[in-house]
Design a protein around this ligand. Structure first.
Ligand code: SF4
Length: 294
């Protein structure tokens, strides 16, 4: 694996970011999981050879320096621009090393991933949980493993992700599902929404977050790559996108309203949280309960 120089890795403080996070951390640049819709390959991020994973040089030393210099404790999120559990992580253990530091310096963590390799780090997540929030979100866009292998080509299947959620929640780690993106004409079916909500609940997830609309955003570079993949894996579908969305950034499913109604009613039926304010409340509530216990 190649490396690239970096001055800092843990960002500066924000009051309330994604899932209540205060700091962002990307140890790797690029991702080889091969999701056909990946936003991180958009031109605006200027990541050359996006599919090639590179690690930040001396990542753990830099992260330790960053954490030591923070005046405020808080929650660190990882997984926004690349999956922290790419295949190289198995050998290099940089995410694992960062979690150990996060634990040592009493920060909390939110991990967004599609990989069940996160199971390897349950021990450290449990340690973090004893003093701060430790949360894992799995992205699941389809309940169908065959479709999953077409749209998220190089990472474990949705079934494996549900199994990982079960193992994590059985170990006391709070998990949720990110139900995004929903690709118009591909996974925007009622059956898919129903199955994902049901399987999330059965595996022990506490929440499922869809972002409010069922669709995908497309930007320069991301769109070209996505269309190329549609031509390879879903012949004919590209024309539907071109005709309906043109160059729009937001590509909302024509079935959005129907799917949203179903999503909300299914989440209520299975007692899953789906509004961000309630999810944040849950994360904070559990944290306070843990503090009292210890
Ligand atoms: S796992 Fe995330 S970062 Fe990696 S290719 Fe898929 S969408 Fe992009």
């Amino acid at each position: 694996m190649k490396t690239i120089p970096a001055k800092t890795i843990v960002s500066s403080y924000t009051e309330c970011g994604w899932f209540g996070s205060n700091y962002n951390m990307n140890i790797y640049k690029g991702c080889c999981h091969g999701c056909i819709y990946c936003d991180s390959r958009s031109e605006c991020y200027q990541i050359d050879n996006f599919d090639e994973v590179r690690a930040k040089e001396n990542a753990l030393e830099i992260i330790e320096k960053d954490l030591r210099s923070k005046r405020k404790k808080g929650i660190i999120i990882t997984g926004s621009m690349s999956d922290p559990y790419n295949p190289f992580e198995r050998e290099y253990e940089l995410t694992r090393g960062a979690l150990k530091l996060i634990d040592m310096y009493n920060f909390g963590v939110v991990i967004d991933t599609k990989s069940d390799l996160v199971l390897r780090d349950i021990d450290i997540l449990q340690n973090i949980k004893s003093h701060s929030p430790a949360v894992v979100n799995f992205t699941v866009t389809t309940a169908d493993n065959v479709l999953c292998k077409q749209i998220e080509r190089n990472v474990c299947t949705s079934s494996k992700r549900f199994e990982a959620i079960k193992k994590l929640t059985d170990s006391g780690i709070s998990c949720g599902v990110l139900l995004m993106p929903i690709l118009p004409f591909i996974n925007d079916t009622e059956e898919n929404i129903h199955d994902i909500v049901q399987k999330s609940a059965e595996s022990g997830a506490r929440w499922i977050y869809s972002g409010g609309n069922f669709g995908v955003t497309l930007r320069i570079n991301q769109r070209e790559y996505f269309y190329q993949m549609l031509d390879e894996h879903f012949p004919g579908i590209k024309n539907n996108y071109v005709n309906l969305f043109g160059d729009s950034y937001l590509c909302i499913s024509p079935k959005n309203e129907k799917l949203n109604k179903l999503f909300v009613s299914e989440c209520r039926k299975y007692r899953l949280l789906y509004r961000m304010e309630n999810i944040l409340e849950e994360i904070r509530k559990e944290f306070v309960e843990n503090q009292i216990k210890f």
